[in-house]
Design a protein around this ligand. Structure first.
Ligand SMILES: Nc1nc2c(ncn2[C@@H]2O[C@H](COP(=O)(O)OP(=O)(O)OP(=O)(O)O)[C@@H](O)[C@H]2O)c(=O)[nH]1
Length: 604
């Protein structure tokens, strides 16, 4: 059998697909069935009872006022399917396009699209058919509704199995996916049929293969007798192609009652022409002619092209076989005309398929290019965002570094100040250390010299301080040292300079002070110290005394060194004189007071 003929058969079978629609709860016996029940019944009757189907549609239209919006769209699809079944594509197609564009119901749209593909194919609008089929293939994976999937996949399988397309492997894949994912009996029938046809067209199936039996039984069980008929007719054609014409004739006679019972005109004609072909291949010109003439007699305006073409081919060959040259020529002319039309259609189909394929590919390429452009733009944007982020990061990093440097500088400055302080001040008492005292005293003396002013230098040294340490410990000694400093500072003026010269020895520089003033201050400190109770340990309070040596710049000279020598010598004399007293430098005419007097002065 010619390949194209099988496609036409398959196309017709689609009209018989029974959707898997569940009826809503049954209405009470006396009440009229609900609209939902009627819609479900129509779906059920569509595949096997055309008269009932039409009468249900009439009932639904009578109750159109009570239909919901969704039910109206559903009814529109049923109407379109009825019109399509009648070949009234002019009325059916606008309804179907309307459903696709405006129903807003994905499942209904897919079903409408599947029907449109078939209508466009049947009305030879192949470009439209393949374009719609491509859209259908793209939309199908998004649909979950089993009826929509069933009708959509069925259409895709038939389209892929078509001679112009020849994508048998892909058709097989769809059929197997359908078999695996849609458990309804109807789906199993369609899937089995798609699978069987794909294998047959690919040359991988002999007529003897049990798969035929299995597919036919599945369709009979699913109450799809027309699908079973289509499979049977395909099997018979395969027998003829394999040179088993006798077997084909026996088989066709066996299935003839069932095909007649189903009264589907294209299959009735197909039965006749296949018988004619079988007899012809056996060389039985009489029977071949008889069945071919029955075929042509059955054909009307809507007859399938390939059936008529095959019938005229048989007729011309049978007449030729019988030696009726004139009759053979007449049939041959008809056959050639039909063959040309068939070839034209096949060409048109192939061309349309290629055109759509090109269009789809170029659209895909354009989309790819746009997608790439889009990605480039996105990348650019991302890059800009990144570089913006990076520069923000750099700025933040810079600020952190600046803050870090500022902090480091601050800490450096602080430690510099601390070190400078440590270098200038005595750690225990907080007053100038020896070096700084000498430095500052030197500067002050030079300033005073320039101002032609004098100064007094006093050195004081605690008496028997070693004993404090020895008796109460070093910590107690430190307490005494700190308190001695406090007493001295209390007695001194702001302009006086005070420093620890080492151990328990302290120096005082009194700018612009006379010898008498120096002696007076020293005596005041001596008395204050002697009168100061010092708590060196818990519960132990002691008093200490100190000896003082005083030097005056007018006598000793203006250099610090000279003043120190004289003050030190005076201190030595104070110690030597019995301690706890003030002594002045030896160069002065003024001799030190009597040590006894000095101490008495204090007590007075
Ligand atoms: N607690 C304490 N003791 C110190 C410090 N510096 C020096 N001394 C002690 O001061 C004492 C000084 O002793 P000496 O030089 O014999 O003088 P002194 O005992 O005061 O006797 P005279 O000066 O002769 O009255 C020593 O025992 C030193 O260890 C200090 O910072 N803290």
């Amino acid at each position: 059998m010619e390949h194209g003929t099988l496609i036409c058969l398959a196309g017709m079978i689609l009209a018989t697909v029974a959707p898997n629609v569940r009826a809503h709860s049954a209405a009470p016996a006396i009440a009229a069935p609900s609209v939902a029940v009627l819609l479900a019944r129509a779906e059920g009757a569509k595949s096997n009872d055309q008269d009932r189907y039409r009468s249900i549609l009439v009932q639904l239209h009578e109750r159109s006022a009570s239909l919901s919006v969704a039910q109206r769209w559903h009814l529109r699809l049923l109407d379109a399917q009825q019109l399509s079944f009648d070949g009234n594509y002019g009325k059916a197609d606008p309804l179907l396009y309307d459903i696709v564009a405006h129903s807003g119901d994905q499942a209904l749209s897919i079903r409408a699209m599947a029907r449109l593909v078939q209508n466009k194919f049947n009305s030879h609008h192949y470009v439209d058919a393949y374009t719609l089929a491509n859209t259908l293939m793209a939309e199908l994976p998004k649909v979950a509704d089993p009826t929509a999937r069933l009708e959509g996949m069925d259409r895709v399988i038939i389209m892929l199995n078509g001679a112009a397309v020849g994508q048998y492997e892909l058709a097989l894949q769809y059929a197997r996916e359908m078999k695996a994912t849609l458990p309804s009996a109807a789906a199993q029938c369609i899937a089995e049929m798609g699978e069987t046809n794909s294998l047959l067209y690919e040359g991988k199936l002999l007529s003897t293969n049990p798969r035929f039996r299995q597919a036919i039984d599945t369709c009979l069980a699913a109450k799809h007798p027309l699908s079973a008929d289509a499979l049977r007719l395909n099997q018979a054609s395969a027998m003829i192609d394999e040179g088993r014409a006798k077997r084909a004739i026996a088989f066709l006679h066996r299935i003839a009652p069932a095909i007649r019972k189903n009264r589907y005109p294209p299959y009735l004609a197909s039965l006749q022409v296949t018988l004619a072909q079988a007899y012809l291949s056996l060389g039985d010109a009489a029977n071949a002619r008889k069945f071919a003439l029955t075929t042509t007699a059955m054909s009307g305006a809507n007859s399938t092209l390939w059936i008529l073409q095959a019938a005229y081919e048989v007729l011309y060959k049978a007449e030729k076989m019988s030696g009726h040259a004139a009759a053979a020529l007449a049939y041959y002319e008809k056959y050639v005309a039909l063959d040309k039309a068939a070839v034209d259609h096949a060409k048109a189909r192939a061309l349309a398929y290629q055109m759509v394929k090109q269009q789809v590919q170029s659209k895909k390429l354009k989309l790819d290019a746009l997608d790439k452009q889009n990605r480039i733009l996105q990348l650019r944007h991302a890059l800009a965002v990144q570089s913006q982020k990076a520069s923000r990061l750099y700025i933040a990093l810079l600020l952190v570094v600046i803050a870090f440097i500022a902090m480091a500088m601050f800490w450096l400055r602080r430690s510099q100040l601390r070190f400078r302080k440590m270098a200038r001040y005595d750690g225990l008492t907080g007053v100038f250390n020896r070096e700084h005292f000498f430095e500052e005293a030197g500067h002050a003396l030079r300033r005073l010299h320039r101002a032609k002013a004098g100064a007094c230098l006093v050195i004081l040294d605690l008496d028997h301080f070693k004993r404090v340490n020895d008796s109460y410990g070093h910590v107690a000694g430190d307490v005494v040292l700190r308190q001695t400093v406090a007493v001295c500072l209390r007695e001194l003026r702001k302009s006086d300079m005070f420093g620890r010269l080492g151990g328990e020895e302290f120096g005082i520089l009194m700018p612009v002070a006379s010898r008498e003033q120096g002696v007076e201050i020293a005596s005041r400190i001596r008395c204050a110290l002697a009168a100061e109770p010092m708590v060196v340990k818990a519960g132990i309070t002691i008093t200490v005394s100190a000896s003082f040596g005083v030097a005056w710049s007018a006598d000793s000279g203006r250099s610090l060194r000279d003043l120190l020598i004289d003050a030190d010598a005076a201190l030595y004399r104070a110690k030597d004189g019995g301690r706890n007293q003030v002594a002045v430098d030896t160069r002065a005419d003024l001799l030190p007071e009597d040590p006894e007097d000095a101490q008495l002065t204090c007590n007075a």
